[in-house]
Design a protein around this ligand. Structure first.
Ligand code: 5GP
Length: 117
């Protein structure tokens, strides 16, 4: 069996999945984990992360895999909020900082996304 890659070669989110870095897990199954964002940009800010690593969302080429990821994100979002925003930052120029594909769930504002609360 292959040895796991050294920590330096694994993504931050792989290390979170392996519980090497603590996080607040709100959902997990064999293919996905969802955690609370460490620096929330909304009252509810979750990250839905596929366990199969791709650097960015457009590296996913299988329609079923892409569809399942978005379906999972909507299911998790609906468990936390009636209304919400799903965001993917793709590439450094798109604001992506962690190069392990993830979908942001943002929700919980009193008066919509532009309000302070
Ligand atoms: P990106 O900019 O790549 O789309 O989003 C990365 C997100 O990961 C950011 O919203 C950032 O706050 C979050 N983040 C970075 N490091 C950690 C961490 O160690 N734990 C958690 N839970 N979130 C993190």
């Amino acid at each position: 069996m292959d040895k796991p890659a050294p920590a330096a070669q694994r993504t931050l989110f792989e290390r979170i999945i392996a519980r090497e870095i603590p996080s607040q897990v709100v959902y997990e199954d064999e293919n996905y984990i969802a955690i609370k964002d460490i620096a929330p940009k909304a009252p509810i800010h979750l990250l839905v992360i596929p366990k199969r690593v791709t650097a960015r969302v457009d590296d996913i080429t299988d329609p079923l895999e892409m569809g399942r990821l978005w379906l999972k994100a909507t299911e998790i979002a609906r468990e936390h909020a009636a209304d919400y925003r799903l965001v993917v930052n793709c590439g450094a120029g798109g604001g992506q900082m962690v190069f392990h594909t993830h979908i942001h769930i943002l929700a919980g504002w009193k008066d919509g996304p532009d309000s302070d609360t």
